[in-house]
Write a protein that binds this ligand. Structure first.
Ligand SMILES: NC(=O)c1ccc[n+]([C@@H]2O[C@H](COP(=O)([O-])OP(=O)(O)OC[C@H]3O[C@@H](n4cnc5c(N)ncnc54)[C@H](OP(=O)(O)O)[C@@H]3O)[C@@H](O)[C@H]2O)c1
Length: 285
């Protein structure tokens, strides 16, 4: 089917495109400079012009700390931009795939967050992403609303790359050890989402690599798998003093992904090993 992809130069979008093509879909990618989703008329014109059978929205304002002082901007992209896409989907009678975040939860729960737990964001970014979710739920009947978390991928700035860079410059790197979540490789997320499209099972999903980690545990694995001697030093969120509050627990329960897709995603450790190998192979080319 013909798929219009917004935010097409982002990290996830870059991995989604080959996955969609491999599955026989025709992709109509629009980068930020080609389509600003905050412009309602431009969104309408792009959808009318391309006449897609589905829209996948990868456009987002993702600067978690900056959003604390730029909440209007975050809301414009992550909230009102999504509203524009929903209205265009309504007009065209087509479904939307939209991505949201573990940061819609407050992190006070002891167990993983399921799709029926109530969001309660504690940051401006989280609030803006919740607004986007609400527009999807308010305006559309057919959607895949996919919450995911802690993304790393070959085509964007991410935690793994930051750790590798810091590790090449220092012997010790301080990393937060009181936030737990599910690191997720954009390649595995893209494959799962493309498989989801074949099911027609619309709804809210949590799609992450399986198993959880703290940022410290994640960093330690990055250094170990990369054969680096850098030591990750565990610190608290308070010690690091970042502007935006983050949930202490944002582990996402995958139900109903295993039931709908017939499989769970690989563990984050498997994903990280594959990512590092792929990255190394690309560097050799
Ligand atoms: N990264 C994570 O750890 C993470 C975690 C949980 C959920 N998510 C969600 O997963 C999705 C994909 O994330 P990602 O990491 O792949 O994002 P990303 O790499 O930051 O890509 C987002 C893209 O959206 C574009 N964009 C920003 N404002 C736009 C606008 N007004 N109109 C059109 N495009 C715009 C950006 O372009 P510019 O660069 O030119 O601004 C960028 O190309 C997002 O919905 C995100 O919220 C991400």
């Amino acid at each position: 089917m013909k798929v219009l992809l917004t935010g097409a130069e982002g990290m996830l979008a870059r991995d989604l495109q080959p996955c969609l093509r491999q599955r026989g879909h025709e992709v109509f990618p629009l980068s930020h400079s080609q389509l600003d989703i905050t412009k309602r008329e431009a969104v309408r014109a792009a959808v009318n012009g391309a006449a897609p059978a589905l829209i996948i929205n990868c456009a987002a304002y993702n600067k978690v700390d900056d959003a604390e002082t730029q909440e209007d901007w975050a809301r414009a992209v992550n909230g009102l931009g999504v509203q524009n896409l929903c209205l265009a989907c309504q007009d065209a009678g087509i479904p939307l795939v939209h991505f949201s975040t573990d940061y819609v939860f407050d992190g006070t729960q002891d167990s993983p967050y399921s799709v029926y737990d109530r969001p309660n964001p504690i940051s401006a970014y989280g609030r803006s992403k919740l607004l986007g979710e609400q527009y999807v739920l308010w305006l559309l009947n057919r959607f895949y609303l996919v919450r995911t978390s802690w993304l790393f991928g070959l085509h964007g700035a991410n935690f793994v790359e930051t750790m590798l860079k810091l590790g090449s410059e220092r012997e010790q790197v301080s990393v937060v050890n009181d936030q737990r979540g599910c690191p997720t490789w954009t390649q595995h997320l893209a494959e799962a989402v493309v498989a989801l499209l074949d099911t027609g099972c619309y709804g809210v999903y949590h799609v992450t690599n399986s198993d959880s980690a703290t940022w410290f545990e994640f960093a330690r694995e990055v250094y170990s798998l990369s054969g680096m001697s850098t030591e990750a030093i565990p610190v608290t969120t308070e010690q690091l003093g970042r502007p935006a509050p983050r949930p202490h627990n944002s582990v996402l329960d995958p139900f109903p992904i295993p039931q709908v897709l017939g499989r769970e995603l690989p563990t984050w450790k498997q994903a990280l090993a594959e990512y590092l190998a792929r990255r190394k192979a690309l560097a050799r080319q």
